[in-house]
Design a protein around this ligand. Structure first.
Ligand code: PXL
Length: 278
């Protein structure tokens, strides 16, 4: 492409409020790359600076609610943010601040990834903060995106069957979440139609249930898959897709991102956030 072919670009602006994983696989860096992969302009506010790599999370410097607000307000005073997502919000104070900012600025297209624990078992939120996240952020959300362990902790029940998934989703809707996407990737052997393991996600919208299937990829390259899926949904909502289309596109994107993961690091490799052709 010659330089004259470059035209001013029309772009939607997305915001992530989440943890920073300096090793680049999860959190804000995953979100920024994913927004960019969908040609959205990425903005970000750091709720916690984590210390980690592909092998584990070693700690986190949580930010104050004030520091979080001071990052977000100048962005909102300057830009029209078309969609936003939250990831790791470690404290009650941060969650309350984020909820009031969303209300003050009347932000729409809000994806809540209720991040609870890292794959390696590090607690990313305490019980009180989780309770406030449910109470304050679920009612403001367009969709929430728990995986099975997160849904189990939120609904305080064991999830093993399709009925359990539905019960957990209905509970989360009763807490104010309009739409609930439960990611079934952690369910070994669930709904095996033809013996091949599937990664099935369940989207509950009002009274309806949609399922999204992909073949299960046997791999360790799963660092940041949740962040990447939620960011991809956010970008697609920003671009005007409806929730069903946004989830469908995001699911295909993450499947290909896992399949083409760079296989770096000694632990769980990050996925390929900039994957093409999904
Ligand atoms: O995948 C959950 C997650 C989200 N955000 C940050 C993380 C992790 C898991 O480690 O570190 C910043």
């Amino acid at each position: 492409m010659t330089q004259n072919e470059n035209q001013p670009t029309k772009t939607e602006i997305c915001l992530t409020i989440a943890g920073l994983d300096p090793s680049g696989g999860a959190g804000i860096i995953a979100d920024i790359k994913t927004f960019s992969a969908f040609d959205c302009f990425a903005t970000a506010a750091v709720a916690s600076l984590t210390f980690q790599n592909t092998q584990g999370v070693y700690g986190a410097a949580n930010q104050s609610a004030e520091i979080v607000r001071r990052q977000i307000e100048p962005i909102l005073q300057d830009f029209k943010v078309s969609a936003l997502k939250t990831g790791m919000l470690p404290t009650r104070e941060i969650i309350e601040e984020v909820a009031s900012i969303i209300e003050e600025y009347k932000l729409e297209n809000f994806v809540v990834d209720p991040v609870v624990r890292s794959t390696s078992g590090f607690d990313l939120i305490d019980d009180e903060a989780l309770r406030v996240l449910i109470e304050k952020l679920f009612p403001l959300s367009t969709v929430i995106t728990p995986n099975i362990p997160e849904a189990e902790r939120i609904a305080q029940m064991k999830i093993e069957t399709a009925e359990d998934i539905e019960r957990a989703a209905r509970f989360m809707q009763s807490c104010g979440a309009k739409n609930v996407l439960i990611k079934g990737g952690h369910l070994p052997g669930f709904e095996r139609a033809n013996k091949k393991r599937k990664a099935i996600d369940f989207l509950f919208t009002g009274a309806e249930l949609h399922t999204f299937e992909a073949s299960y990829i046997e791999t360790d390259a799963t660092h940041g898959t949740g962040c990447t899926l939620a960011a991809a949904i956010t970008a697609n909502l920003a671009k005007g897709k409806n929730l069903f289309e946004a989830v469908q596109t995001a699911k295909r994107f993450v499947h290909e991102a896992i399949r083409t993961a760079p296989q770096i690091g000694k632990g769980h490799s990050p996925v390929n956030h900039m994957v093409k052709n999904y």
